[in-house]
Design a protein around this ligand. Structure first.
Ligand SMILES: NC(=O)C1=CN([C@@H]2O[C@H](COP(=O)(O)OP(=O)(O)OC[C@H]3O[C@@H](n4cnc5c(N)ncnc54)[C@H](O)[C@@H]3O)[C@@H](O)[C@H]2O)C=CC1
Ligand SMILES: O=C(O)C(=O)Cc1ccc(O)cc1
Length: 318
């Protein structure tokens, strides 16, 4: 068991915690919660019978419930760890089983759409406090999770307007207890930030691997054999779960299209610089991007504040 998580708590943070969807993220939460004794009782459930059977084999959760509603019944907190597009369906399934005062949270990579899909199903007196751990891998399923996944990583909590402060504090406390650093943001701002830092990069990875796979003049075996570091990194990201990422792009459409518009403009400027042999423009951008990478590394998980302000093609002096 990982030392970095620290010792188990003497008192649980949450009485009865239900996790719905026990893939990479849900099973990582389950492992951390069990190891740290953050819940009095941990109930887990998944729509897939294969996953439910595997949960028993892995010993994940005190109770494996057959349905989401059974898992949610009597829970003080329910965390939806399903693809973003399934959050509304699960909310509808559990709505009738939720007890007054329960907290419903999630881990979806998109927040505005989750609030819009989940909130209408929740009875009065149930508190919605969405969250997004900015931590993961390209792997999926209950075997892929690990208890230290959230350690020293950000988790963004996005309470809707008028959210109950106590429910927000419990949600924050749970993530902090699992080793995460918490930032509070509106769902809309979250979706803009993540569009550029996560969603568009994944789209670029899917696209470049697809482009390489479709080439006629370079064979697939050459692509595999001679893939240098950069391309290999793209293939790792492009191996991420298709259902999850389809849902991300369908539900964060506006922010992704906004960032893609800017990306395309900047790419066109780079294309022009290459065409006209403008080495200064290339050198200037590559120098700025190197500084950004170094500031991220130097600051570790601290908030990096490099100068993103200057536009591509502008000189250092403005
Ligand atoms: N994979 C990653 O690196 C990260 C993912 N997320 C978010 O976490 C959520 C879960 O992602 P992963 O754990 O990676 O996915 P996963 O594919 O590993 O697990 C999802 C689980 O949800 C279950 N499921 C699907 N629909 C369901 C339903 N209607 N009812 C009950 N169970 C259902 C599936 O059977 C599966 O076991 C997604 O919303 C994703 O955007 C957030 C941060 C990182
Ligand atoms: O594997 C990677 O590089 C990731 O970027 C993981 C990841 C995927 C989705 C998220 O919403 C957060 C983190």
């Amino acid at each position: 068991m990982p030392d970095r998580l620290g010792p188990p708590r003497s008192e649980p943070l949450i009485g009865r915690l239900a996790i719905i969807g026990l893939g990479l993220i849900g099973s990582s939460i389950a492992r951390a919660v069990s190891h740290l004794k953050l819940a009095g009782t941990l109930v887990v459930s998944d729509a897939s019978p294969d996953v439910r059977r595997r949960l028993g084999e892995l010993g994940l959760g005190d109770v494996v419930a057959d349905t989401a509603a059974e898992a949610a019944a009597g829970a003080d907190m329910v965390i939806l760890c399903v693809p973003v597009g399934a959050c509304g369906t699960v909310a509808a399934e559990i709505a009738g089983a939720l007890k007054p005062g329960a907290i419903v949270s999630d881990v979806g990579s998109v927040k505005g759409a989750v609030v819009a899909a989940v909130a209408p199903h929740l009875p009065a007196g149930v508190h919605l406090v969405p969250a997004h751990p900015v931590a993961g891998t390209e792997h999926s399923g209950p075997d892929a999770g690990f208890a230290t996944l959230f350690h020293n990583r950000w988790s963004i909590v996005t309470p809707p307007d008028g959210a109950d402060p106590d429910a927000v504090a419990v949600t924050r406390g749970l993530w902090e207890a699992m080793g995460a650093m918490v930032e509070i943001m509106t769902p809309q701002h979250h979706d803009l930030v993540l569009a550029i830092t996560s969603h568009v990069p994944h789209l670029i990875a899917y696209n470049i691997v697809g482009t390489a796979a479709d080439l006629e003049t370079v064979t697939q075996s050459e692509v595999i054999k001679f893939s240098a570091g950069g391309f290999r990194d793209f293939t790792r990201i492009a191996a991420s779960d298709p259902t999850m990422w389809r849902d991300v792009f369908l539900t964060n459409k506006d922010a992704v299209l906004e960032m893609l518009g800017r990306f395309n403009e900047d790419l066109a400027a780079l294309q022009r610089a290459i065409r006209w042999g403008d080495g200064d423009a290339l050198f200037d951008l590559f120098t700025r991007t190197r500084a950004i990478r170094r500031s991220i590394i130097d600051l570790g998980q601290e908030t990096a504040a490099p100068d993103f302000g200057r536009r591509q093609g502008e000189s250092k002096d403005g």
